[in-house]
Design a protein around this ligand. Structure first.
Ligand code: ZN
Length: 422
């Protein structure tokens, strides 16, 4: 009888070992060369989608709520600085993003619950040019954010400018004028909701399906329009002097008005700050202190496990203050041009003089020229491919997946971790 029991236990053990190749939810375990396994409930997935043309992140929150930040991309090549469109130039970058989202969208979710625009530049919202294609309604032109609902509908858009788009001065680019026509049409015909990003708040991006099961999940709005969370409650303070007191050339630039937020899940924290920068892009000098919004944001954000590099890893962003305050274990650089990441920025990101400890750097796209000029880039964990952060249920640990970006097969190129959240 005892032997029989022992046999049964042994059999159960063997079955468990064989079954080890599958996760609890019955999904196949991730494997290099195989398609990236679908999200399951309780996980937090953060996809950095590489189109080569601009930023686009897509998140699946633990209860299946979905959030897209930015929609890529510049459609017009700017040789010699541009990178080629990935997977190829047969479709515009926004369409590649939409198709990627369709592939990873959980079965329970049929739409993008929240779409956030970090700021109003074409590499984040889709550049519109005179001959950009028109929507079937004829009401607006299609690129980036305005192209997404042709494939996946968006329930709510959050940006820095709604409803007037006039800070620090009216935003009059063709891209933003077209975007406003798109909003009008989507509000009237598709029930789209639009809100302005509220710095300091932690309830603008809520879990919509099962918040009670994930009490440690939070998205904290850190900044927008140069207004930064104080670290207390949901209060925020403006960094920018009254606009009327500034001369036109001292106005904050679009990059520094970017929205920034922190995603927390248990011990896990992730930072995203659009194109915030620490040095003045135009003059190359350190700006007046009020313009270093990146540094102020990093003080209230505090240490994170994973940071998305500001401004594509450009030379003027990811200053010492930001890196020293965030002390990331993992850095993801969304690159879209040569000089992403820049040699000085990569050096700061790698320097243990700024913060101690190990760190792994992942770049979605490194051009041959950048590979030559950005010293040390060969030590990056990845220099080509979509980068996905998959946080385990509860937030205690996470892994980083690099996915092939040559096609739409979603094949895993490499797996890193698990990293323990801190
Ligand atoms: Zn940008």
């Amino acid at each position: 009888m005892k032997t029989k029991l022992l046999q049964l236990v042994l059999l159960a053990f063997v079955a468990m070992c064989i079954g080890g190749a599958r996760t609890q939810a019955g999904e196949a375990a991730p494997e290099v060369g195989k398609p990236f396994p679908a999200w399951s409930k309780g996980e937090l997935d953060i996809h950095h989608i590489n189109t080569g043309r601009g930023d686009a992140q897509f998140m699946i929150l633990p209860d299946g709520t979905t959030l897209m930040e930015d929609a890529s991309g510049k459609t017009v090549e700017e040789p010699p600085f541009s990178l080629p469109t990935k997977p190829d130039a047969s479709r515009p970058p926004g369409e590649w993003v939409a198709r990627y989202i369709q592939r990873v969208l959980p079965k329970s979710a049929r739409k993008i619950d929240y779409a956030v625009l970090s700021h109003f530049h074409g590499d984040h919202m889709g550049t519109i040019v005179k001959d950009s294609p028109w929507a079937p309604s004829g009401a607006y032109q299609l690129s980036g954010i305005t192209l997404i609902p042709e494939f996946v509908s968006i329930a709510r858009i959050v940006d820095r400018g709604w409803p007037d788009y006039d800070y620090p001065a009216p935003v009059t680019s063709l891209t933003v004028r077209n975007y406003r026509k798109f909003l009008d049409w989507q509000i009237r015909n598709r029930g789209l909701q639009v809100e302005q990003f509220q710095p300091g708040h932690n309830d603008q991006f809520a879990l919509l399906h099962d918040p009670k099961s994930y009490p440690t999940f939070e998205i904290r709005n850190l900044a927008a329009n140069g207004v930064v969370w104080t670290g207390f409650g949901s209060s925020a303070h403006g960094m920018v002097p009254p606009i009327a007191s500034l001369s036109r050339e001292d106005y904050p630039i679009e990059n520094n008005l970017s929205v920034a937020f922190r995603v927390s899940y248990g011990k896990f924290d992730y930072y995203s700050g659009g194109d915030l920068s620490s040095n003045d892009e135009e003059t190359a000098f350190r700006p007046p202190l009020w313009k270093d919004i990146e540094a102020a944001v990093s003080q209230v954000c505090g240490p994170v496990d994973v940071m998305k590099a500001d401004h594509h890893g450009s030379w003027d962003a990811n200053g010492i203050s930001l890196l020293a305050n965030l002390r990331p274990r993992v850095i993801v650089v969304d690159a879209r041009a040569q000089g992403h990441p820049a040699v000085n920025t990569y050096e700061r990101m790698s320097s243990k003089k700024i913060w101690p400890g190990e760190r792994d750097i992942f770049v979605t796209n490194v051009s041959p020229a950048t590979a030559k000029t950005t010293y040390g880039i060969e030590n990056a964990k990845s220099t080509q491919g979509h980068v996905v952060i998959r946080v385990a249920p509860g937030g205690g640990s996470y892994r980083v997946f690099v996915l092939e970006d040559d096609d739409e097969e979603m094949r895993v190129k490499a797996i890193f971790g698990p990293y323990e959240s801190r």
